[in-house]
Design a protein. Sequence first.
Length: 428
Amino acid sequence: MKTAALGIQHVLAMYAGAILVPLIVGGALGLTPEQLTYLVAIDILMCGVATLLQVVTNRFFGIGLPVVLGCTFTAVGPMIAIGSQSGINAMYGAIIVSGLIVVLVSGIFGKLVRFFPPIVTGTVVMIIGVTLIPVAINDLGGGQGAEDFGSLSNIALGFGTLIFIVLMYRFSKGFVRSISILIGLVGGTVVAAFMGKVDFSAVRDATYFKLPELFYFGMPTFEWSAILTLTLVALVSLVESTGVYFALSDMTDKKLSEKDLSKGYRAEGLAIFFGGLFNALQYTTYSQNVGLLQLTGVKTRKVIIVAGIMLIGLGLIPKIAALTTIIPTSVLGGACIAMFGMVISQGIKMLSKEISQSTGNSMIVACSVGMGLGVTVVPELFAQLPNSVQILTSNGIVAGSITAIVLNIVFNMLPSKQPIAVLQEKEA
């Protein structure tokens, strides 16, 4: 009974992230209520599958640590851009291929990590977070194109939800603080229901049981620019996951070998690949569950296995998934400002130490963020270039990421006669 209770805590800690990503992506791509219900349900189910792939270790995959996997917010902006420009099937084609690429490079990724130091990954995370804020603001107003966009009721609901989340985060502690986003979504939806702004038809029409469906949205298509974008996102997620692996290694006193890391990367690649096949999204490790492990002091894999099984069970019940789709867009937007702001905050945290180390790192961030945001705001800038070049320039996140990788090589990896490090003045 205690194990089940601890498992439920882990499900609740990651549930807001698990449902928000499909809700945001599906809403931005204009999915029907039925399609959105499937997307949420399959993502919850695949979160469970992805978690079990990591926890139940064998000689081929699985790092064997009490780690929970969920939908990555890093992929939200790129997936929306790909789905809007090239269609949802191109998005899933890119997810499938990116998963396969992660599986293929898992054995050598430890050697590739040096091309993704904190100065690069922090810059990419920051670019992604900043480019997501307009999505949250549009949702807060009621959704782009909505008849009541910017109405007083939408603004009140959106900012009311955000204020409630901030207050919860400020005045609560421990587990309650870790699920403040989820509590805020529930509270905002309840208030919206009293205002007559919640439509329960999706819940009424949803079935009680549905198995995953291969290529639910149709056969995938493959475009190089989309594949490159989501492969970069997957590699950045692997770098972030590496930090989680080592944190859990310290907590559980399990020493990680290079082979263990490769199995962990391979499990993430398989999770992304299977997610693409069943039309779910990309996955990564969830750091909020690491915090919960620290909070409870229970670090056994058995609890995480139970949580994974619970997620699979929840994903098989569309009625439960449909409950999340009734969250009003303005409420979702209010919560997303906090969530996406945390993405930016994480990027700043990763960069703060790196920028102070050298003037070269400052230039890397300046040019990369400038390029990423510039291409996002003015996507037609490189329209006259050949298609082969536009693969690298048509998406702000790809352009910013490539810029960061190249400049990091120039400033920090190529030999230099003159030191770049900032000289600290010493007092006499």
